[in-house]
Design a protein around this ligand. Structure first.
Ligand SMILES: O=C(O)[C@@H](O)[C@@H](O)[C@H](O)C(=O)CO
Length: 477
């Protein structure tokens, strides 16, 4: 093992593997890779005493490193209780690791939606590389995943496959017909007749044979009368066909490489009825779609950055019903909680009813912790972001489920420095800051990144404290 102790090495990052020593060096917050031994394939500057190559965290160095150290490649996680910790800035993974290590919860460190990448300007490869560098920095050697989130079109898939993602969240929301939720039977028949039955590889007649019955869910009857069935088929039939289409494309691109697939309809305009959950999963299985998790639209409101909104009794009944359907299908997939951050009332019943078959999906909450840090140690920058967020909110909110009122978010000049951090505890301010991330990063991204470099360890501590609250309820008992 090469002695790198004369360099400002991060001790937890040091790896001796197959005769070469690898480590991350800390240069006033900036990171560099140090390789001592076999340096072929790395791009960097030779260093003497000790003899090593000093490498920037370039894409080619990330690729070479994960070829050398296989545990830095994302893998499928199967039915383990899991948590997706989206990171819009590329700095949060070490904090995520500090929170998740020892919990038994399987992490997805790389997770960004197409929507997020469009807003931040990052590529799927950059997101995965940032997560990998964070895992390397912390000496993480356990399994971790990479989620290509909210894929809507066939064209969305390719760059994530090229980058090496292992978890693919198919979002066929654009094909869900929410009007079917309340349409009369005659209108539903018309809608059903227009579905792509060739892609569904069946007919409505055969569909009626399969589903016009009452399903027994552990003694709990789930009735499918004509109205319920026609509504489910009209509402989700095209979405199921699109999911199967996306799965076929994914299988073509992935070849023999393993992957897992989630179907997410959490952002549609209407709640996913239990009959509809049953119909969706049954049809996806019939079509051979390899489902590892499913994200229905639950009762109540799952809004960004805040706890559940609605009747907890109704939610518990709803979760119990979804879990009964999962048991009917042999507990062969997980229930995915999108917009899952800060939903502290949801985790215990979700874990209880599904017996741990939960995937928790978070993202913007790590961005909010960065803003909490700024509100504490870089107040001028935070004030600029707050002012800009208040200007952008009405536009940026259009593609997210939020209900914050701008008039409840104080202007910067109404607050003392000491009051600024409390905004990150206030419902409306959290949502206004959350959904304006793209606009804010466009204008302040470089300044925010410099601040995070200056305050990395503090940021990790903010992330750890926040995610321990999320992960404790998911710990395997
Ligand atoms: O903000 C986004 O686009 C995504 O990170 C989220 O919608 C994600 O799918 C999620 O549900 C976690 O908040």
């Amino acid at each position: 093992m090469s002695d790198l102790s004369s360099l400002p090495i991060l001790p937890q990052s040091v790896v001796e593997y197959e005769g070469t020593t690898y480590a991350l060096m800390n240069l006033e917050g900036e990171r560099m890779l140090v390789v001592a031994g076999q340096t072929a394939g790395f791009v960097g500057t030779p260093h003497d005493q000790p003899s090593a190559l000093l490498c920037s965290l370039l894409a080619e160095n990330a690729d070479t490193l994960r070829q050398r150290l296989p545990w830095l490649q994302p893998v499928t996680l199967g039915l383990r209780t899991s948590a997706g910790m989206g990171d819009r800035l590329g700095f949060a993974t070490p904090g995520h690791i500090q929170a998740i290590q020892g919990t038994g919860v399987a992490p997805i460190f790389a997770q960004q939606s197409v929507r997020e990448n469009t807003r931040t300007g990052r590529t799927p490869q950059q997101v995965l590389d940032d997560a990998m560098w964070g895992a390397f920095e912390m000496g993480w050697r356990e399994a971790w995943g990479a989620d290509a989130d909210h894929l809507k079109t066939l064209a969305d898939i390719d760059p994530f496959v090229e980058a090496g993602y292992t978890f693919y969240t198919i979002d066929p929301g654009d094909y869900v017909d929410d009007d079917a939720d309340t349409a009369p039977l005659e209108r539903l028949r018309e809608k059903v007749s227009a579905l792509p039955w060739d892609e569904l590889e069946t007919t409505m007649q055969d569909t009626q044979v399969r589903y016009l019955t009452t399903v027994d869910l552990d003694g709990r009857p789930l009735p499918f009368d004509a109205q319920a069935l026609y509504s489910a088929v009209a509402k989700y039939g095209a979405a199921i066909a699109h999911t199967a289409r996306m799965a076929r494309r994914l299988r073509e691109l992935m070849g023999t490489r393993p992957f897992e697939l989630e179907m997410s309809v959490d952002e549609t305009g209407t709640t996913t009825r239990l009959q509809e959950h049953f119909y969706i999963v049954s049809e996806l299985k019939r079509l051979g779609v390899p489902l590892v998790s499913m994200a229905p639209r639950f009762v109540g409101r799952f809004e960004k950055g805040v706890d559940y909104i609605g009747s907890l009794d109704e939610l518990q009944r709803n979760l119990a019903g979804h879990a009964a359907i999962m048991r009917h299908f042999g507990n062969s997939y997980k229930l995915s909680l999108h917009t899952g951050s800060d939903k502290f009332d949801v985790y215990p019943p979700a874990m209880r009813y599904t017996q741990g078959l939960v995937h928790l999906k978070t993202a913007g909450t790590s961005y909010l912790e960065a803003l909490r840090l700024l509100a504490t140690v870089e107040t001028d920058l935070f004030r600029e972001i707050l002012t800009f967020a208040r200007e952008r909110y009405e536009e940026d909110r259009k593609t997210y489920h939020v209900s914050a009122s701008l008039d409840k978010v104080p202007a910067s000049d109404e607050l003392t420095d000491e009051q600024l951090p409390s905004l990150l505890e206030q419902f409306d301010a959290r949502q206004v800051l959350h959904v304006t991330f793209g606009s804010a990063l466009d204008r302040f991204g470089a300044a925010l990144e410099r601040a995070l470099v200056r305050h990395r360890e503090e940021y990790y501590a903010f992330i750890k404290r926040h995610f321990v609250r999320h992960l404790e309820p998911l710990r395997l008992q």
